[in-house]
Design a protein around this ligand. Structure first.
Ligand SMILES: [Zn+2]
Length: 452
């Protein structure tokens, strides 16, 4: 580039020099006569005079432009630096929020507000700063002000939902979530939050509508939608039964079983109603299918009830028929051990418990072993040994929430600890793993609890 420019300059200089030489070699005179004035000069001098006049004209024009344009440019530059300072305050404020320094964030928010005449930009910072310093009224004011602006309304609603949930005001949170859902029904957290909130207060039909909308917009996967729908049907079946309509309750439970037979709550609900309707044979088939997919002690109890058998020895044979659906499972061995124990078959009970416990028997296995030794009237030392082992044994399968890890005594559709719907699974602890490290989950950002 530089080389090319140098070459061009050389060419221009050469042409100018040649022109000057050419003119000098061909002297000529110019005479101007005007109103009694007479000017005699050479062509060369005239050309130089014309060139000087042109340069002078250009210089005057540039001077004029500079004088006229200066104040505007100055004002523009001043406004620019004001906006730049405002943005810098905004950036520093956001950095302070990220660092968790509420006081610092508030200071920057106030300065940014003064410098930038754009309230919607600084509102979010003000709201977060207020949240950090624990100023509930301040953050509520800022979030409410966001509702006025079309672009910020959704963000404001998110903040208000989170704040209402923290305040324990579920009704208010639900109404904000409904508004957010109307604004953006395609946003995953809105669908999940609204669904969980509706489920928490037992609005099963509305939760179903939210779920359907989520499925249509592909916010909820087909597989997850299927199981959630089945669990909603279980809840509706319970409510219908309470209202006295057992036939409808049974129809709902059957629909749920068709969707998700692998959920223990679903198979036990259907079997319960089939037994109640006097259809023990169907209940046995339901439970056998359920056991093959997901065995659980509740299913054993229902199976024995459906069989109508009361003789302890015969009950062992009935349990054997059930567990044949999944013979190697821990629950199968435990169910057989319990039945053998009830029938007084100590040796058989010990054998099944050995199979269930393996090298590190769980607390449940140890307690059952202690019971076997106690009832078999063997050495008391053995009983104590098993009870001592139970205290330090690995924890058993239990109803655990896959969202928060909380443990529950019995199955329920909504986790009492985190409020998520359909997250309770019959599992041993430590089978989930963390998706996010804890510190990421606890950022002071605007967050509502979401079910997974
Ligand atoms: Zn939970």
């Amino acid at each position: 580039m530089t080389l090319l420019r140098t070459l061009i300059w050389f060419a221009v200089a050469a042409v100018a020099m040649l022109g000057a030489v050419w003119l000098a070699e061909r002297p000529g005179n110019v005479t101007v006569e005007w109103r009694g004035w007479r000017l005699d000069t050479s062509v060369g001098v005239l050309l130089v005079a014309v060139a000087i006049l042109i340069l002078l004209g250009v210089a005057l024009w540039l001077l004029y432009r500079w004088i006229v344009g200066a104040p505007g440019a100055l004002i523009e530059g001043w406004g620019d630096s004001r906006r730049r300072r405002g943005y810098r305050e905004l950036t520093q404020g956001l950095a302070a929020v990220a660092a968790g320094d509420g006081g610092e964030a508030q200071r920057h928010a106030r300065k940014a507000e003064q410098l930038l005449a754009e309230p919607q930009l600084t509102l979010l910072l003000s709201a977060q700063a207020a949240q950090l310093t624990g100023d509930r009224d301040g953050s509520r004011r800022a979030f409410n002000a966001m509702l006025e602006d079309e672009q910020m309304a959704f963000l404001g609603l998110r903040g208000l939902i989170a704040q209402s949930l923290r305040d324990g005001d579920q009704a208010q949170a639900l109404s904000y979530a409904e508004r957010a859902f109307k604004l953006r029904p395609q946003t995953p957290w809105v669908v999940h939050s609204l669904f969980d909130m509706q489920a928490q207060i037992g609005r099963w039909r509305e939760a179903q509508e939210t779920l359907d909308a989520g499925l249509r917009r592909k916010v909820v996967t087909q597989d997850k939608g299927r199981t959630l729908k089945a669990l909603l049907l279980v809840e509706r079946s319970r409510a219908t039964e309470r209202d006295g309509s057992e036939a409808d309750a049974l129809a709902l439970a059957r629909e749920a079983f068709g969707l998700a037979p692998e959920r223990i709550a679903v198979s036990s609900r259907l079997a319960e109603l089939q037994i109640k309707a006097g259809d023990g044979r169907r209940a046995l088939r339901t439970l056998e299918r359920g056991w093959a997919l997901a065995p659980h002690p509740d299913l054993t109890a229902l199976y024995l009830k459906a069989s109508g058998e009361n003789d302890p020895l015969k009950r062992v044979g009935i349990v054997r028929k059930l567990v044949a659906q999944k013979p190697d499972d821990l629950e199968s061995n435990l169910a057989l051990a319990q039945a053998a124990l009830d029938a007084g078959l100590w040796g058989e009970a010990r054998r099944y418990l050995d199979a269930a416990g393996g090298t590190s028997p769980s607390a449940r296995v140890c307690r059952l072993m202690a019971e076997v030794e106690e009832r078999a009237q063997s050495d008391q030392a053995k009983v104590h040994e098993w009870l001592a082992r139970a205290a330090t044994a690995p924890a058993d399968r239990a109803w655990r929430c896959s969202a928060c890890g909380a443990q529950h005594e019995s199955w329920r559709s909504v986790c009492e600890s985190c409020g998520a719907f359909g997250t309770l699974h019959w599992r041993a602890p430590g089978t989930y793993g963390h998706i996010l490290p804890p510190e990421v989950q606890q950022t002071p950002a605007l967050q509502a609890p979401l079910s997974s």
